[in-house]
Design a protein around this ligand. Structure first.
Ligand SMILES: [Fe+2]
Length: 511
């Protein structure tokens, strides 16, 4: 609260451009405790990020309520001999002294190195890469897909291994932080209760971003991100909280959570939040090869159908829950659905990747006769799901592949045009990544699902890890990379399975 009030005062009284370096604070230790990051690579643009926080877990990051000039520079070589651009950004207390530098005028498909200097201290260097030019020859794209990184459940072994993968991009599909503690055999602790206020969420991001392996993955590659529920509250839906709080009260909490998200992610300026609203969904082309659509299935969705008595949030329901089939219910919201349909109709890329939080494949959780559905994922929004899958079919968009998270398990699936009708045409492939660290279900549970759902081709719940995607004009290959353990930071990894999708043949095939 102090930081927010002071920000308005300072910023109004002293325009940032008039602040002279001589008036800026000097730091005796590095204020770059949360590392550096980059994101949203365009052919000529990139977003660079850092945050000034000498005491990252303290309110305000240990900073006084003052504007701090932060010099940035970007070079075409690792030694910073060939600086291509430099400038000064102003870290404001109202934005937790975060810095988002949105650069243009860069070269396509090029590696760059960047760093920041403030108060006599210099950050470590980050490395980033721009996207290929629009319409460029296919080439290849290599990316990791990550999800669900409960800090208490394990170390970020997966991010350590990603450093060896020579990626172009990291895509995160949600549960970047957890607002609350849960689970057993914890390896470390939040040291704070469930997040509700802006200071709570800021401190939670600072704790997670203090992790050296996570920092290293941000410093090594550009990222694109979307969220699921735990960036705010378990199972929330639009303005409906799991606790069925007053929507006005919950939206104030959502505004705090979204603000902290913006402050800690390398998001472009157009995503700056306004109160409880942050326009996160976007499209990014990687030459003529990939159109990457980042979807937001949390902010605009209808509440989950048929909740438990006295609660909101997810439930397991049968077809007796008629609300499930109400066509007015939405998972993306009407405007995002319209935007997506237009993007799909216009997409000329060889592959269209839809990255989003929750499982889209039809999953009947009732072994044997009868059906049962988990209402938080797309199985709780069957009409909206069929609208989306129908749009994939009617637009004829080339080679759609859905990338999902949330369930702390690898899941590889066919997506049928009418999801519950496994006789209808297969229109897309789905790869759901396991968690980076969050605890999963027993393997027995996913084995049961496999037996009653022939559209599911592979399921593994016991290992943490990530998806490693290699895309070129001949195929999309998905490797399911599994950690041997997340109880030891230096644990090894192994390859669980490899699937391939070929152009014009929707549906993954085990390699
Ligand atoms: Fe999760």
């Amino acid at each position: 609260m102090l930081a927010g009030l002071a920000a308005a005062g300072v910023a109004a009284a002293v325009p940032a451009r008039l602040l002279r370096a001589a008036e800026a604070p000097r730091f005796r230790t590095s204020p770059f405790t949360l590392g550096v990051a980059s994101g949203y690579p365009g052919p000529r643009s990139i977003v660079l990020w850092t945050r000034i926080a000498p005491q990252p877990l303290a309110p305000g990051g240990g900073m006084a309520a003052e504007v701090v000039p932060v010099e940035w520079e970007i070079a075409s070589d690792e030694a910073f001999r060939r600086i291509v651009q430099r400038g000064t950004a102003y870290a404001e207390p109202g934005w937790a002294h975060s810095v988002h530098v949105e650069l243009t005028g860069l070269e396509p498909a090029t590696w760059y190195w960047y760093r920041f200097t403030a108060g006599g201290q210099r950050s470590e260097a980050g490395r980033t890469r721009t996207a290929p030019a629009t319409g460029a020859e296919a080439g290849r794209l290599r990316m990791a897909v990550a999800s669900c990184q409960q800090y208490e459940h394990g170390y970020y072994v997966a991010y350590r291994h990603m450093l060896d993968d020579d990626l172009d991009l990291v895509v995160h599909v949600g549960d970047y932080i957890y607002e609350l503690s849960w689970g057993s055999n914890l390896v470390r602790h939040h040291g704070a209760p469930e997040c509700h206020t802006l200071d709570d969420y800021r401190a939670r991001y600072a704790l997670y971003r203090g992790d050296r392996d996570l920092q290293a993955a941000h410093a090594a590659y550009p990222w694109m991100v979307t969220w699921d529920d735990h960036e705010v509250e378990n199972d929330y839906a639009n303005d409906t909280s799991e606790e069925n709080d007053d929507p006005a009260l919950f939206l104030a909490r959502r505004a705090a959570a979204y603000k902290a998200y913006y402050e800690h992610m390398p998001l472009p300026r157009r995503m700056v939040p306004f109160g409880p609203n942050l326009r996160l969904h976007c499209a990014q082309a990687f030459g003529g090869l990939v159109n990457l659509l980042m979807l937001d299935e949390r902010q605009y969705r209808s509440p989950q159908a048929c909740p438990r008595a006295g609660r909101r949030g997810a439930n397991r329901v049968t077809n007796n829950c008629t609300e499930l089939f109400d066509p007015s219910r939405t998972k993306l919201g009407e405007r995002q659905e319209q935007w997506l349909a237009a993007e799909l109709a216009a997409s000329k890329a060889q592959w269209t990747l839809l990255a989003q939080g929750t499982v889209m494949a039809y999953v009947d959780e009732q072994p044997g006769p009868g059906e049962q559905f988990w209402t938080d994922g797309w199985n709780g929004y069957p009409v909206a799901r069929d609208r989306l899958l129908g749009t994939l079919a009617t637009t004829g968009v080339a080679n759609p592949v859905v990338l999902s998270g949330d369930i702390h398990a690898f899941l590889v699936a066919n997506l049928n045009q009418r999801a519950a009708d496994l006789g209808s045409p297969i229109v897309a492939s789905e790869f759901t990544t396991t968690s980076i660290s969050s605890q999963g279900a027993p393997q027995k549970a996913v084995d049961e699902r496999m037996s009653s759902n022939p559209n599911l081709l592979f399921a593994s719940a016991e290992r943490r890890g990530y998806l490693l995607l290699d895309v070129d004009n001949k195929r999309l290959q998905a490797q399911l990379v599994a950690m041997e353990s997340v109880s030891r930071p230096e644990a090894g990894r192994s390859l669980l399975a490899t699937f391939v999708v070929e152009p014009g043949k929707p549906g993954p095939v085990r390699a």
